[in-house]
Write a protein that binds this ligand. Structure first.
Ligand code: ADP
Length: 761
């Protein structure tokens, strides 16, 4: 046993195995004869150079001759009939080949490739004629057992046992590949003496890319004698295409020398592999090894291939069922979120409401939820600053909706710092524009992997000085301690994350629809209200005027007749009608605001405020007021008349509601920095400017800070503080909001108030 970490040296060409053109070796294994035939006349145009060993005829004696010379017209007629059929159904053809000495019984295996017909002949083994019923017997028992298996593990164990029983190989193993192509032996059946390989891992480089492809296409591969003498084709190239013949589907195709070396190093003299394919991808291999040469008839091979296909079907079903309970649990967590999220203001609140569910959804130990302006973390996570950095990196990485890794530090070295909490990352992108991400974290789990030999292939220097990889020499147990890795994310967990995204998007979209509907409704009722207020106030004015006039006439004409009490009541009547008229005028003015278009123009606020002060000047003279503008105000785009009214209202209030001997008012605007800290301004548009009007007046109690913006709301008796209708601030609010702004007040009762408002920049 060896221990340690071998790192592949830099600048090594790791892909020389990946580039080897193993489907066109121009060679075959010698246990059969390969004939290339031109259709339709079935003329032999290429042949393997072992025809003499088989037929006592040299290639030159056969080339460019009709196949009929070997098979006779009767067999050729039968063969012709097969050519339009599916070859899987006709192989092997039971043929008899005439040679100068005897008639040879052979199995003929045909397929088409490269525009030619390829016929491969293998000697029929004596007493091994297998008809349909014997085939049925070969596979019936094993198939039934496999179908009864309750788990994938049991299924794997059954197939290696049955294949070994059927074939007599010394060792039959089942390799299962992970998503990166590395394999592990998950089941094994063998003679007693050789060391077990069960549980050993094999690196992805053991099966180069193009070999993987061939295994997927060609489900069974037999190498009866690993140290065979390869036989070349005559001529070397396919005479039709003038290129090496494509032998992808040939049963006799010669094996890559690298693979032969690999098998030799393993001490294997004969080998067979059966591919297990799921969703068109190589899921695993049943690998059979023998310590001496070993040949199997085509029928037994077909039976093994058939079992491989049954296994492929069964494993897909078993694998899907394997996580059934777990998947059900994830589904139920999911549905709890679907119930909770719509009841919360934003989906992040809904998700964090149940921290344990959010973690359990993908079996994570920490989670971070990010959006443009917040980062919520729960459980065991990296620090906020580390997560922010990770998010920046992730945005370039996450092309699809989801990104997952069980070894974050490998691709994001900074993660080594927080390996204890986040060696595994599952990131879900909910909305790129809002920078909504959910990141789930898993801690490092240190594992010991048992490799079948040192997986880091030794490097060999070729005669030309280039570096090449060759298969490892030893397959002894080689232990590696794997760090910086978390438990892997299961597909069903990744699916659960993706489903959560669809659920959130569905809910958010539904909410947006609802909001849009409410907005339309609100707009409609607002304009109806404006119209109503306008008509009502307009129509009320006339009778009111009548009441006022008649009361005035009464006072003028009947003052002498009425007693003092009568006169006083009439005076009150006149005063009340006057007040009512003021109220109606305010209402009329307010409702008009909603009906006129804004006339936006560049406005110098310094001039505008000067104008406001000029108009207010009358009252300023009477009261000592000190108005201070600490720095020049900006030029903004607004409706000049309406904004004038806003400042006029605020300034006159600042003077009115002030009982100090020295009345002080300050008019100013905030810097961007100060504005960004203002809690009222979370969703302030970028260019908006925040203005303020500050006074040292009577102040407003906390409980009234909102109500003063309601129409006709006054905090004092009608005649106090110079009177008023209580509509000024309502009108100011309406104007500011029509400019997409906000208005609010901060105040200390008895000391003064500051009114803030935002206007477009
Ligand atoms: P009005 O001034 O006509 O009463 P407003 O809508 O302008 O109506 O103001 C509503 C109420 O808010 C006022 O009655 C007053 O009580 C309060 N208020 C407004 N401005 C100030 C201020 N600068 N300081 C203290 N209270 C104020």
């Amino acid at each position: 046993m060896s221990q340690g970490n071998v790192v592949t040296p830099p600048n090594v060409d790791l892909t020389n195995c990946d580039r080897e053109p193993i489907h066109i070796p121009g060679l075959i294994q010698p246990h059969g004869l390969l004939l290339v035939l031109k259709e339709p006349e079935l003329e032999i145009i290429q042949i393997s150079n072992n025809s003499f060993e088989f037929l006592k005829l040299h290639p030159q004696q056969l080339l460019n001759k009709p196949l009929e010379g070997l098979l006779g017209s009767e067999q050729i007629d039968d063969l012709q009939k097969c050519l339009s059929q599916d070859f899987e159904g006709v192989n092997p053809l039971k043929l008899s080949v005439k040679t100068s000495q005897q008639d040879l019984a052979v199995d003929g295996i045909i397929h088409r490739s490269d525009g030619v017909l390829i016929l491969e002949l293998e000697l029929t083994q004596l007493k091994q004629e297998v008809d349909f019923f014997s085939f049925y017997h070969l596979v019936r028992g094993p198939t039934a057992k496999m179908q009864n298996a309750s788990s994938l593990q049991e299924l794997s164990q059954i197939i290696v046992k049955e294949v070994r029983k059927l074939t007599g190989f010394d060792r039959v193993m089942l390799y299962r590949f992970n998503s990166e192509g590395a394999g592990a032996v998950i089941a094994e059946d063998k003679l007693e003496s050789p060391t077990p390989y069960l549980g050993l891992h094999y690196p992805a480089s053991d099966i180069p890319k193009q070999a993987n492809q061939l295994y997927t296409l060609n489900r069974l591969r037999l190498i009866p004698h690993v140290n065979y003498q390869p036989v070349e084709l005559v001529p070397l190239n396919n005479p039709v295409t003038h290129r090496p013949l494509d032998l992808s589907f040939s049963v006799l195709r010669s094996v890559s020398p690298i693979h032969i070396e690999y098998l030799n190093n393993m001490g294997v003299a004969a080998s067979m592999s059966i591919s297990l394919v799921k969703d068109k991808k190589l899921w695993g291999l049943i690998a059979c090894h023998h310590q001496s040469a070993k040949y199997l008839t085509y029928e037994v091979r077909t039976a093994c291939e058939f079992l491989g296909q049954v296994m492929s079907l069964e494993l897909a079903m078993k694998e899907d069922n394997e996580d059934l309970d777990y998947r059900m649990k994830l589904k139920s967590i999911q549905s709890q979120f679907v119930e909770v999220i719509p009841q919360t203001e934003n989906f992040i609140d809904g998700l964090v409401e149940s921290e344990s569910n959010l973690l359990d959804l993908v079996s994570a130990q920490g989670v971070a939820l990010s959006s443009v302006d917040q980062l919520v973390i729960r459980g065991k996570t990296p620090s906020e600053a580390e997560i922010q950095d990770l998010l920046v990196w992730l945005q370039t990485k996450i092309q699809q909706n989801v990104f997952s890794t069980d070894s974050l530090a490998k691709i994001y070295p900074a993660a080594e710092q927080f390996k204890d909490v986040a060696s595994g990352l599952l990131a879900l992108s909910i909305s790129k524009t809002h920078k909504n991400y959910i990141l789930w974290f898993r801690p490092e789990v240190i594992q010991t992997v048992n490799w079948g030999g040192n997986p880091h292939k030794p490097v060999e220097v070729a005669p030309d000085g280039s570096l090449h990889l060759s298969p490892r020499k030893s397959f002894e147990l080689w232990q590696e301690t794997v760090r910086l890795k978390s438990l892997p994310w299961k597909q069903c967990e990744i699916d659960a994350a993706l489903e959560l995204k669809s659920a959130i998007i569905g809910i958010v979209l539904r909410k947006a629809d609802e909001l849009a509907r409410i907005n339309i409704e609100l707009e409609r009722s607002n304009s109806e209200l404006d119209a109503f207020a306008y008509i009502a106030s307009h129509d009320l004015k006339e009778p009111l005027r009548g009441i006022h006039n008649y009361s005035s006439f009464l006072i003028e004409d009947y003052a002498g007749i009425l007693n003092e009490e009568g006169n006083s009541k009439l005076q009150t009547l006149v005063r009340l009608t006057q007040r009512m008229e003021d109220l109606i005028d305010s209402l009329l003015h307010f409702s008009r605001l909603g009906r006129v278009e804004l006339s936006m123009q560049r406005t110098n606020l310094n001039e505008l405020i000067r104008n406001v002060i000029d108009v207010l000047n009358i009252s300023l003279k009477e009261t000592a007021v000190d108005i201070n503008i600490p720095r020049p105000l900006p030029v903004i785009r607004c409706d000049r008349v309406q904004v004038n009214e806003v400042f006029s209202n605020l300034l006159s209030n600042a003077i009115k509601y002030n009982d100090k001997a020295n009345k002080r008012i300050e008019i100013g605007w905030l810097d961007a920095g100060a504005a960004s800290e203002e809690p009222n301004l979370v969703d302030k548009p970028e260019q908006a400017v925040v203005f303020y009007v500050r006074d040292n007046g009577i102040g407003i109690r906390e409980k009234h800070l909102d109500t003063i913006f309601r129409i006709f709301k006054r905090l004092h008796a009608p005649h106090k503080y110079g009177g008023g209708t209580g509509a000024g601030l309502t009108i100011a609010k309406k104007i500011v909001e029509r400019h997409n702004g906000k208005i609010w007040v901060e105040s200390t009762y008895g000391e003064g108030s500051t009114f803030y408002l935002t206007l477009p920049g």
